[in-house]
Design a protein around this ligand. Structure first.
Ligand SMILES: [Fe+2]
Ligand SMILES: [Fe+2]
Length: 191
């Protein structure tokens, strides 16, 4: 029987398969953005957050099978297909061919890489804090290809287009979402 996973269970699974603190912070940053947008759209905040938490769960141990291992693990744990599909769709065109369709899927697609750009922007500030990161700072770094070179800008653009959103608005929302959990993301810095 399928059951509805909660945050505690998602965190337990995440930390079972992922030990790298940086990857755990990434998962929590994506979770924060997902929760923010779930609230904004009147959707199920716990569900969206849980998907954010586990989306890269298999990355550390099974990078060649990214999202495929997660499917196996979550199926074995009787997670609903809706959650598993959302995880697969976040890697559309990079690791899977699962097109983001639902609002939840489009949202994780749009915010995933952007959280990395915001985090790096925060860490190079004198404050080392996300609390005073401005949209324009992220936009400036966006254009510098050597800055956070691992962040695929085209994925973010595709995600924003799917949502019918302007990039600056997406950046704004993700900064606000990450501010809410700055401490957990180790991004309070000296503020
Ligand atoms: Fe991923
Ligand atoms: Fe990710």
């Amino acid at each position: 029987m399928t059951h509805i996973p909660n945050r505690e269970e998602a965190l337990e699974l995440l930390t079972t398969y992922t030990k790298n603190p940086s990857l755990i912070i990434h998962a929590k940053a994506v979770e924060a953005c997902m929760r923010y947008y779930a609230r904004k759209h009147g959707e199920d905040e716990e569900k969206w957050g849980v998907v954010g938490l586990v989306h890269d769960m298999d990355w550390e141990q099974f990078p060649e099978e990214h999202t495929k291992k997660t499917r196996e693990i979550l199926e074995a744990a009787n997670w609903p297909e809706e959650y598993i599909r959302a995880v697969e769709s976040h890697a559309y065109l990079t690791c899977t061919e699962v097109i983001p369709e639902s609002l939840m899927e489009k949202t994780i697609y749009a915010v995933d890489e952007l959280t990395g750009l915001i985090r790096t922007t925060a860490l190079i500030r004198p404050s080392k804090s996300v609390l005073d990161v401005k949209v324009k700072s992220v936009k400036r770094n966006w254009k510098n290809k050597r800055f956070a070179a691992g962040v695929d800008r085209t994925v973010i653009e595709r995600g924003a287009a799917m949502l019918g959103m302007e990039i600056p608005d997406l950046i704004h929302d993700c900064i606000e979402a990450m501010k809410e959990v700055a401490e957990e993301l180790e991004l309070k810095g000296n503020l």
